[in-house]
Design a protein around this ligand. Sequence first.
Ligand SMILES: [Zn+2]
Length: 342
Amino acid sequence: MKTLLPTSTSGSLPKPAWLAQPEQLWSPWKLAQDILPEGKHDALKLSLHEQQCAGIDIVCDGEQTRQHFVTAFIEHLSGVDFENRETVTIRNRYEASVPRVIGAVKRTRPVFVEDAKFLRSQTSQPIKWALPGPMTMIDTLYDAHYKSREKLAWEFAKILNQEAKELEAAGVDIIQFDEPAFNVFFDDVNEWGVAALERAIKGLKCETAVHICYGYGIKANTDWKKTLGEEWRQYETIFPKLQKSNIDIISLECHNSKVPLELMELIRGKKVMVGAIDVANHDIETPEEVATTLRKALKFVDADKLYPCTNCGMAPLPRHVARAKLSALAAGAELVRQELVQ
Ligand SMILES: [Zn+2]
């Protein structure tokens, strides 16, 4: 990356009201099937345009073509029954009706590759593409076939690797795996979670990232955060293993969270996407607030490895709020950039 402190977002951005109900997660599509694909691509162009207007350096699709960050991927696999669903508790936090794994899981066709080619055709800026991580995928399913979280994660890792290689060939510069489950199942992360992630990135030449957050700003997550105490030290148990892994970039939550920033010392040497924008409220950060978070992070992350980012996706926020937060991120990064080049 040539730019110092290149800005990006975690991934999802609000959808236009004509495509899906705003300010709602996993909102159903509003367009009829025959015009939906064109509508999704129009929304992707809008989302890209808004990132560019705000001055974001590494752009993405804003997840405009997906209803849910995990199921949009699983829908394209065989071996999963979406009709006879099962209720499970996701990340030990909230109940959800989820699809069931009923046979060997296989990727029968590319999932996001055409969308990624479309994004590539619209910009010459670096692009990032988000995929769900293996552990987060299994946590969003009921497994009636493998009967082993580890085995199923390994199968998903192989499938994700197939998809990631095609995304790389489509011109994606950074492939990101979303693993909020890493913040919950610490023993699994250390026993097989990081290994599964490394299987998913095997043989890739593009950059790879893992996004580990405290979730969207929805009630189930904000209630859970209240139970985590004065210091959130979850990263402490997983960072040492990640530091030794082949993953290039680690994306984490910082601003307004109770994560002690010195935990970033545990991943020294990695590139770090530092969350300098809170996605759980509608207050717009000032550029100075963003800069303050970034300056604090600079104590633990070398300047050439610091990537200013959002704490998590912004899909549930009103569009004007998300736009203003993106502009604040870019302006805050610019303030610190000026200080660094002096
Ligand atoms: Zn997130």
